[in-house]
Write a protein that binds this ligand. Structure first.
Ligand code: AP5
Length: 215
């Protein structure tokens, strides 16, 4: 099963993608996590990408496509992928189609998590992120057992640099201008597109996603 989890920043793609990946033994391929790994490691790619990420802009397509190509052709074929935060432009969607064809894989569906802007700004103001293992928490809806410490690895929990309100609002503009058109691109290509109301509890959304997978 190869599925794209789509939606604006903070829609819950990472939260839902991690649950699906664990339950169905799929690989969650998050380009945001790959970029943050590169930033943490201080690589040249990470330093360059950070400028775009902190400004709420998209990292150039060729950088992203290089990262995705590396993961998908590293010799350990995943039983299935949950694409999280990728593709984000029609050029990325075209490149993914080519790569999937070469790897003899087929995309099954696109799932779009719909969440309104004000809920997103509030959610991201409360998000905490583990600087060691990338686990995600929320001070309002999913706090850690010990404040400031990751339940999984004990790492320090921090706010993401791009979760400041002005940057979140820019990321929403970029989503509407450059990323939302990718959904229409997939519809035109004949791929099933399912919209899921992401303004509900994590469990309610997960139940809908499980029902879609069973179908
Ligand atoms: P990326 O990391 O992909 O960020 P994003 O798409 O903006 O999404 P987020 O990670 O912010 O949110 P999410 O939907 O995963 O929500 P989450 O589950 O964490 O990208 C970051 C940057 O990297 C981009 O701006 C760009 O610069 C660059 N980049 C990445 N990929 C790229 C690409 N392909 N091309 C070009 N550039 C790229 O949830 C958010 C919060 O809400 C959490 O605190 C969570 O606990 C909480 N929450 C989740 N679900 C619920 C719920 N149902 N109810 C209440 N709270 C909830």
């Amino acid at each position: 099963m190869d599925v794209i989890l789509f939606g604006p920043p903070g829609a819950g793609k990472g939260t839902q993608g991690a649950l699906l990946a664990e339950r169905h033994r799929l690989l969650r391929l998050s380009t945001g996590d790959l970029l943050r790994d590169a930033v943490r490691e201080g690589t040249q790619l990470g330093r360059e990408a950070k400028r775009y990420m902190d400004a709420g802009e998209l990292v150039p397509d060729e950088v992203i496509l290089g990262l995705v190509h590396e993961v998908m052709t590293n010799g350990t074929a995943a039983s299935g992928y949950i694409f999280d935060g990728f593709p984000r432009t029609t050029a990325q969607a075209e490149a993914l189609t080519d790569l999937m064809r070469r790897l003899h894989r087929t995309l099954d569906a696109v799932v779009v998590l719909d969440v309104d802007d004000e809920s997103i700004v509030k959610r991201l103001a409360g998000r905490l992120w583990c600087s060691q293992c990338s686990a995600v928490y929320n001070v309002y809806t999913n706090p850690p057992a010990v404040p400031g410490k990751c339940d999984i690895c004990g790492g320090a929990l921090v706010q993401r640099d791009d979760d400041r309100e002005d940057t979140v609002r820019r990321r929403l503009e970029v989503y509407r201008a450059q990323t939302a058109p990718v959904v229409a691109w997939y519809r035109n290509a004949g791929l099933p597109v399912h919209n899921v109301d992401g303004n509900r509890s994590v469990d309610a959304i997960q139940n809908d996603l499980e029902a879609l997978i069973r179908k």
